[in-house]
Design a protein around this ligand. Sequence first.
Ligand SMILES: [Zn+2]
Length: 346
Amino acid sequence: MDQSASKVPLYYHPDYERMTQTPGHPESPDRVTSILAALRKAAVPYDVRDPVEATAEDMLLVHDRKHVDLVRDFGLGFMDPDTFHYDYTYGLCLRALGGAIGAAKEAVTERRATFALPRPPGHHAGRDYNMGFCYINNVAIAARVLQRDFDDVKKVAIVDIDAHHGNGTNDIFYDDPSVLYISTHQWGIFPGTGHQGETGSGKGLGRTVNLPLIGGAGDPTFIQTYEEIIEPVLKGFSPDAILVSLGGDSHIMDPLTGLSLSTPGYLKLTGSLFEFARKNVSGRISYILEGGYHTRALGEVFAGSMNLVLPEPLPFKPIYQDTRESVPDAGRIREFREVQSAYWKI
Ligand SMILES: [Zn+2]
């Protein structure tokens, strides 16, 4: 057996552990450090891939020139109340984006699951704006690079399971039928967008699938939403590749949010997406880090997810279980079904 096949490709660079936004800021280098520690602790075999720097040209696939120039030249200070900028931030963005692109491209060429740990994260950044710890939208640009560089990648699905709505990704592809954007997120928190009625516009109508969940949703609601909505929509769209915006902040331990997904619940989702990709997309799936602010839980989510894509997963015992009695939010899922059945066979 090819030894390399039994190690999970992980796009990582020491720069991903470099920037501290401001003292005490939740989007800290410890997030990536903790993922690496969890991988070592669980003994998940992985191969570090050294990401090349992306280019301004890559960024311009999604962002306008004025925004790219702003991120390059802003200097020292707050770009918005949550997002600080140093003179070296643009270089970190190029390296972060390089990791997301590298992981996405390897998933396509090698037909296997890959992971990337880019910091800064990206899903709140839109065509002409930064927001919420994000300057440049890594996953959106990676999707565009796949479409640019591979003749057999016409349609890309982005599945965003961060607790926050990925408003940047949503906006970038809102009228584009070639990129499906599916997001589960907590309703009523930052950034306030992502109502289930926001379904795309023009030719992209129906290709934006917003699934806002109520705080405390827990594993049963997530799993039923996956089975009844997400998987049938993915089947209907029939993507050529899947990118996952893997935020760890839907986790029950997360200090900023309240979606209450346990580690086994997370692994059910990331594992189901992997199985779907194996059966329907020739294994072309890449998981790209977004948020997640309980560092140990975030580590567990990544280590557990990477373990699941091994040819023979190791025994993996998560610390963070959900011990509450909870049932699926049937009303919410019925609403999703009503909205989505206008566009998909559900
Ligand atoms: Zn988030």
